[in-house]
Design a protein around this ligand. Structure first.
Ligand SMILES: *Cc1c(COP(=O)(O)O)cnc(C)c1O
Length: 395
């Protein structure tokens, strides 16, 4: 959701005039510090660490959980490829589970994909839709495995009154250009577990050994990389956070208008939502009986100039397009490649294009309608009528 203006421009100018762009030189209360405090208060989490991207947040979360070679992590068949790539990045094997009609990871298939090596599940709240966290938490508890929520597309969303990203052991967020709030590129990791937080903190800051805060850590330092956010981006995020409630309420209002305008058509059903009040996405999805009827409707709408699509055609987000996984090249160097590590020799999981047929069927029967936040009620009524008309043509 790109909504920026004078407030962000002024905030950036303030940081530049101050002349301190590095987060650990401004002392307490710098822009990044303030954002972390506000964000964790919004979530009701004990810790929040900003990093340079959602991918960096996922990697830091896995590092925080102590996941590495010899471990498997279950991810959904429908997510941005960064989710399984983060798993490979720490030397573990991503195991891909089916999504159900909600377009989110199917807890029943998660159970089928659990092995003695499974250490975590990454439920992804795709399109701002909350996963079935009740069922997933039950599965995780029964099998003694962790939950790292991928809330990259779900900033501000909730499930049963709890913010997405604060329900599992840790939650990863993205603030890239396309997400609910943005600073161009950025991310963050939320957790209420001190150990996960400290390990992620150490990892994101080149091992932290030289940093003042290192003396107060209970975890021993280890080598890491640099995923630190800077004050310019922190300043933008502080302004963006002020806009979040307004963005979400306008999205939800528009989604309600579109739902009303789409109701009563026998050609499709609304994709089931686990908690409609907590939905924070900028799309509404419809489930058709067949891929053919979805395609026919889509073509009619496109011909009339409406911006619609199907998740099956969004190639970064469907597992059949994840080439590095399908071709089993998990790193830049063979000795670091999770698929070749001796610790992973017992992991017999192999991803092929045939691995998740149910996901492909559901995704190809789904039609995605976007919710442009600047449009008025008449616009959504018009879109709804156009969809209903397109379905009538298809019949
Ligand atoms: C955007 C996104 C990511 C990665 O976020 P970046 O900030 O682009 O690294 C991870 N998972 C999902 C589901 C995403 O949509």
């Amino acid at each position: 959701m790109y909504e920026m203006g004078e407030a962000e421009i002024q905030a950036v100018a303030r940081v530049i005039r101050k002349g301190q762009l590095f987060r650990y030189r401004g002392g307490e209360g710098g822009e990044v510090d303030q954002f972390e405090t506000r964000y964790k208060e919004m979530l009701g989490a004990s810790h929040f660490l900003t990093v340079t991207s959602g991918t960096a947040a996922l990697i830091s979360g896995l590092v925080g959980l102590g996941i590495g070679p010899g471990d498997e992590v279950i991810v959904p068949a429908y997510t941005f490829m960064a989710t399984p790539l983060a798993v490979l990045n720490v030397g573990a094997i991503p195991v891909v589970a089916e999504v159900d009609e909600s377009l989110l990871i199917d807890p029943n298939d998660v159970v089928k994909k659990i092995s003695p090596r499974t250490k975590a599940i990454i439920p992804v709240h795709m399109q701002g839709l909350p996963c079935n966290m009740t069922a997933l938490k039950q599965v995780a508890q029964q099998h003694g495995i962790a939950i790292l929520e991928d809330a990259c597309q779900a900033v501000g969303g909730s499930y049963q009154g709890k913010r997405l990203g604060s329900i599992g052991d840790a939650g990863a967020f993205s603030f890239n250009h396309f997400k609910n709030i943005s600073c161009g590129e950025g991310g963050g990791l939320a957790t209420s577990n001190r150990k996960i937080y400290e390990r992620a903190l150490i990892y994101h800051d080149c091992g932290s050994a030289f940093r003042l805060y290192a003396s107060s850590l209970q975890e021993p330092v280890f080598a890491g990389g640099n995923f630190r956010l800077n004050e310019v981006l922190g300043a933008i995020l502080n302004e963006q956070l002020k806009r979040l409630d307004n963005i979400l309420s306008r999205l939800r209002e528009r989604k309600k208008w579109l739902r009303e305008a789409l109701s009563g058509c026998p050609a499709y059903q609304f994709s089931p939502v686990h908690d409609e009040a907590g939905d924070c996405g900028c799309v509404l999805t419809l489930l058709f009986d067949s891929a053919e009827s979805r395609k026919a409707t889509e073509q009619t709408l496109k011909a009339a100039g409406h911006g619609v699509s199907s998740p099956i055609d969004f190639n970064q987000h469907v597992y059949i397009y994840w080439t590095p996984l399908l071709e089993r090249r998990g790193a830049h160097h063979p000795a670091l490649d999770a698929y070749r590590l001796p610790e992973n020799r017992f992991s017999n999981y192999v991803l092929t294009k045939e691995s998740c047929p149910r996901s492909l069927d559901i995704l190809s029967r789904t039609l995605t309608l976007y919710i442009p936040i600047a449009q008025d009620k008449a616009w959504f009524e018009n879109l709804g009528a156009a969809v209903q008309q397109a379905c009538a043509v298809g019949v």
